[in-house]
Design a protein around this ligand. Sequence first.
Ligand code: NAP
Length: 257
Amino acid sequence: MKVLLLGVTGNVGSRMLPALLAHKHQVVGYVRTPAKISPEARSKMDSIVVGSASDSAAIKAAILSHNCDAVVNAAGLAAMTGWTSQGEFPAIFAAVVQAALEAGRERGGAPIRCWLMSGFGAMDSPKKPYLLIDYLPLFPIHKQNYQLIKNQPADTLAWSLFCANAMSPKHDKPRFPPSADTSASNLVAKADSPPAWVGKYRTVPLIGNYLNVLAQAQSYAAVLDNCTDFMAADLEKGLESEWIGKRVAVKEKSKVH
Ligand SMILES: NC(=O)c1ccc[n+]([C@@H]2O[C@H](COP(=O)([O-])OP(=O)(O)OC[C@H]3O[C@@H](n4cnc5c(N)ncnc54)[C@H](OP(=O)(O)O)[C@@H]3O)[C@@H](O)[C@H]2O)c1
């Protein structure tokens, strides 16, 4: 696919670029600070568009003028608590969604395929209708972003939310191609609720669910390059992906007991 990648100068975006290339996608980078792009990364991209990720019209123009079929948003950063400013991230998320939606509508035909970075708390908790974020209120903006997109029909925007826990890169710098010991095959994945979730503390009254979430959340920390490979591999399936219209979380197979 031809992918518009936002946030290519960041942690996630810089690893997403080699992952997308390894899966034979063409990449158009969308950046606000082009000086931060390494010469190597620059040479690998089809083109680079300079702009703000909160500028919906500019993102839409980039999608349409470069004939992109897919968008990956790794721009912006969620604030850890609700006590501080949420910064630009809510505006970025809304702008990317609106741009992809309108671009799909204007060009006609198939909707734009979209992977949007989100957080682990946006997954369902064991007790519906709560989200994990309702038990562990960190990175609260992911709930608002999920509310914004959840009723969006997949035939107008083929979205998926990657609901990541902490992700650590395998190496200090992105590698082209990604290092051979990183792959989506190291992960298990699931939609809606986290994969390999264990029903602990069920019998503890009142605080059982809190204890369960607290006890398990950190075991979902993953290798960033495995996660980027997961999304890049999935984009090869285009609109046949099983993850369209879903929140998706992953767990390292090495942590599944
Ligand atoms: N890293 C993790 O462990 C983790 C875990 C869960 C979820 N996430 C989510 O994944 C996403 C990416 O995280 P990250 O760790 O890669 O963050 P990061 O390293 O801070 O990168 C953020 C990227 O967003 C770009 N950006 C910010 N505001 C922008 C704007 N207005 N216009 C254009 N680009 C803009 C930055 O560009 P500049 O270089 O110009 O600043 C940078 O490329 C975030 O939504 C984060 O919440 C990350």
